[in-house]
Design a protein around this ligand. Structure first.
Ligand code: DER
Length: 241
């Protein structure tokens, strides 16, 4: 956890605005717990007038625990943007492309990230790959949120596109039957062969997936001017825990 803690503290030091921001996005997962703790430890003048936008119930409860003000993303006033959205990732490549969605909140995370001026992914050394879908880093594939009635059709389409494994994410101990997202959808965790290096490789796969009828959103977050308003920055470290 110390690698996560260090990545979180450094990301907040380097990327939390120096003057009080109106809106800050807060993602989901275990690393973000340390990000929120670091933000809560800042001088109150930097956080007391800020509205923090959660990306799911875990994120919301985390903010409430730290007595930080919350605003649901659908209440962001028209024309306003989020100064910085902080979030975790399941895998990050050398171009700052990410696989996200291990926590099943990828849709909420992405609808916040795309309305942020800067998207800061906080990940420790264990998440870093040369190219995405490196099994030794992240072996569960790309989480894809789909409308429940479409999952057999989307599964077949993904397999035809080259997915080597497509798993309807189970509810596990939490629930009999499939995992159901906060939006009432299913998740297909889809493993593809490790991506090659090259311009737009991630974007092309992302667009092909998004083109399948029934797909709501996917967990490929790609960097650079094409993907996000600002280039995502990653606070991560190559040191052992
Ligand atoms: O689901 C996500 O994308 C979350 O950000 C999460 O998977 C990040 O992983 P972490 O728990 O290791 O921070």
């Amino acid at each position: 956890a110390s690698a996560k803690k260090l990545a979180a503290a450094t990301a907040v030091r380097d990327h939390y605005p120096k003057s009080p921001p109106k809106y800050i996005g807060i993602g989901s997962g275990s690393t973000i717990v340390h990000v929120v703790a670091s933000i809560a430890a800042l001088d109150p003048s930097l956080t007391s007038s800020t509205k923090f936008i959660p990306t799911g119930f875990q994120s919301k409860l985390l903010l409430l625990q730290h007595n930080l003000q919350i605003l649901d993303i659908d209440l962001l006033p028209p024309g306003e943007s989020i100064s910085v959205a902080f979030d975790g990732a399941d895998e990050v490549d050398s171009q700052l492309n990410c696989i996200k969605g291990g926590g099943a909140c990828l849709f909420q995370e992405k609808i916040v990230a795309v309305q942020a001026e800067k998207f800061v992914v906080v990940a420790d050394f264990r998440k870093i790959s040369k190219t995405l879908l490196t099994p030794t880093t992240w072996s569960s594939g790309i989480p894809i949120e789909v409308v429940p009635s479409s999952y057999p059709y989307v599964t077949a389409k993904l397999q035809a596109m080259g997915a080597t494994q497509v798993v309807l994410r189970p509810g596990g101990k939490a629930k009999a039957g499939p995992c159901v997202t906060d939006n009432g959808n299913f998740l297909l965790d889809s493993v593809f062969p490790t991506l090659q290096e090259g311009e737009n490789v991630v974007q092309e796969l992302a667009e092909a997936i998004k083109g399948i009828v029934g797909v709501v959103e996917h967990g490929l977050f790609y960097g650079g001017s094409k993907g996000w308003k600002g280039r995502p920055a990653v606070g991560y470290f190559g040191m052992e825990d």
